[in-house]
Design a protein around this ligand. Structure first.
Ligand code: DHB
Ligand code: MG
Length: 592
């Protein structure tokens, strides 16, 4: 697979973009005309830079509003084209993208369009230039790739072909199966973009909301399968117009973009049984092995875990690290931290083959994490997620491997449970990258996202999970002006009320819940009075749906982390999302 990316996907100057594309490992670029126009470097200098960076210039784009015009306009359009061909010769690009006319077309006649495209192609042929004709979803007369292909066939020039862009085809609901009717060598270029399913005008949707493959709702593996079956052998190129990616760090966004292509190619090859572009197979996680909290001084966390009935398992033999557990819920406190504030710094996943999981993550561009191990210690292999969170994989029972390196504690505690979920808050610029990482490197699938009102704005919440729900990572996108995102560890036990009573008796102050919440609860559900009184007395949250019930409560926040104790009754599969606005408001009210 050859990979390419349009410079319009990234922030910065043209040279900054090119450096970022090369650093991310792309083979080539689509250079946006406007990026060149605003650069101080000459086309020759950009050409030399690309050569030095090992980037081919796969496409020069876009040329607009050419065909279906009157003769006077056509003459001027041909003049414009010649001037751009001059630039292409200087920059060393041999293919130009021609978008279907959205503005100046007045003649709705395929014969006319084909004749005019033929004239353009003949001019280009004299310079060794190819023209890739792309139907924009909002083209005046040509807004469907099948229509563009008919015109290209009518014009019948060797250097005139089509450019297929997944956005224009899938946003309009056009059947991509028809791509297989196009000769592979007439597909001159392929642009890939995903997008969320939105009900809005297609131009705004395209210009602001495109996403990298795997991050939206488009069926891109099926789309790409059609293109490859048609015989296309050119680069897979990303063309993603997105308001966030235009602002984020170009080096990081390019790496993020590159990961999306590796993953798309892997899924497409896997679905079709092709051997090329396959990664080592995904490892389904069977559980969360541990969650690690790091910070300079975690004594408040020790106290809170003791109050919740966790067992202190002891100190690590060689590192300033402590282990607490409640049954299979293991929490590591690491005071060898890069930052002062307590934060969820990493987590471990249980898989069948840890080495394969690491290999796959590395192939998806995640850097490996170095963790000092001494003779006789178990080596945990890890990579860093894009935001720096460390992810470990392990294929042996913790209590027979790494957990035996902790001495001086005991396994006996009042509470037994498992890690139900780890809730990860992200800054706006890190969110899409984190979701893609969870899907590709952690092999988790996305539940549909929801918006949770908070006193600081709407929080977008996206749960990434295994099908069976043994691993669940709700990811939250905090509003840009909100305080730094917090993270929390939710421990599931069989009797949340008993844990709450134990913790209360041990002196833990819970997040206080307003009385109004319980008034609303009794209006929503016909609850037993004694049960309602217990919920209120212990500051517990409650939810119920057709499948079961959910009881949960929260500890105060220590630095950037807090704990939640949850009990699932029956088949309840959610997270108490209806309670989240009350919880967020209570946390804001009690924050100092
Ligand atoms: O929005 C546009 O104008 C535009 C330009 C070039 C493209 O390839 C495209 O898909 C859209
Ligand atoms: Mg396009």
């Amino acid at each position: 697979m050859r990979t390419s990316i349009a410079t319009v996907c990234l922030s910065g100057s043209l040279t900054e973009k090119l450096h970022a594309c090369a650093a991310a490992g792309f083979d080539g670029v689509e250079i946006m005309d406007a990026d060149l126009t605003s650069a101080y470097e000459s086309p020759e200098e950009i050409r030399a830079l690309c050569a030095r960076l090992g980037l081919s210039i796969d496409l020069f784009q876009p040329f607009r509003d050419f065909e279906g015009v009157d003769e006077v306009t056509l003459a001027d359009n041909l003049r414009r084209a010649e001037a751009k061909f001059d630039i292409m010769e200087r920059i060393g690009a041999d293919t130009i993208l021609l978008c279907s006319n959205v503005g100046t077309a007045t003649v709705d006649d395929d014969e006319v369009a084909a004749r005019q495209l033929g004239q353009l192609a003949d001019l280009a042929a004299a310079r060794g230039i190819r023209i890739a004709y792309e139907a924009l979803a909002w083209g005046r007369y040509v807004d469907d790739y099948r229509h563009a292909w008919r015109i290209v066939q009518l014009a019948d020039r060797p250097n005139l072909g089509v450019c297929l862009d997944s956005f224009h085809i899938l946003s309009r609901g056009h059947d991509p199966a028809g791509i297989e009717q196009i000769d592979g060598d007439k597909i001159f270029f392929l642009q890939l973009a995903d997008a969320p399913a939105l009900q809005m005008d297609v131009l705004s949707w395209s210009r602001h909301h495109r996403l990298f493959p795997g991050e939206g709702d488009f069926a891109l593996t099926a789309f790409l399968s059609h293109v490859i079956r048609a015989g296309y052998t050119g680069p897979l190129s990303l063309e993603v117009f997105n308001d966030t990616f235009r602002q984020t760090d170009a080096v990081r966004t390019a790496a993020h973009a590159r990961r999306s292509l590796t993953w798309l190619a892997d899924r497409t090859a896997t679905e079709n049984g092709w051997s090329e572009d396959r990664l080592v197979s995904a490892q389904a996680a069977h559980g969360i092995d541990f969650v690690e909290v790091a910070g300079a001084d975690l004594s408040d966390m020790d106290q809170m875990l003791a109050q919740l009935g966790f067992a202190f398992r002891g100190r690590h033999r060689s590192k300033p690290v402590r282990l607490w557990s409640a049954g299979d819920a293991r929490i590591i406190l690491n005071e060898q931290a890069k930052h002062e504030q307590a934060q969820v710094a990493g987590f471990g996943l249980v898989v069948d083959d840890a080495a394969a999981a690491v290999e796959r993550a590395l192939a998806l561009g995640a850097p490996s994490v170095f963790r000092r191990t001494y003779a006789g210690e178990h080596e945990l292999r890890a990579v860093a997620a894009p935001d720096g969170t460390e992810v470990y994989w392990h294929d042996q029972p913790a209590d027979e491997s790494w957990a035996t390196e902790f001495d001086g504690g005991s396994t006996i505690g009042a509470t037994a449970g498992v890690i139900d979920h780890v809730n990860l808050g992200y800054r706006w610029q890190d969110f899409d990258d984190a979701v893609l990482f969870a899907a590709s490197a952690l092999s988790l699938t996305a539940e549909s996202s929801s918006d949770v009102p908070s006193p600081n704005g709407l929080v977008r919440s996206q749960v990434m999970r295994t099908e069976d729900g043994v691993v669940r990572l709700p990811m939250n996108l905090a509003p840009p002006t909100a305080p730094l995102p917090t993270r929390h560890i939710a421990v599931r036990c069989d009797d949340a009320i008993a844990v709450a009573r134990h913790a209360r008796a041990a002196g833990l102050t819970f997040l206080p819940i307003p009385r109004n919440y319980y008034d609303d609860l009794s209006a929503r559900f016909d609850l037993d009075e004694g049960f309602l009184a217990t919920l209120q007395e212990l500051d517990l949250f409650y939810d119920r749906d057709a499948d079961g019930e959910f009881i949960h409560f929260y500890t105060p926040t220590v630095g950037g982390v807090f704990l939640e104790i949850v009990e699932r009754r029956g088949g309840y599969d959610g997270y108490g999302a209806v309670n989240a606005p009350v919880r967020l408001a209570a946390q804001r009210a009690t924050a100092h």
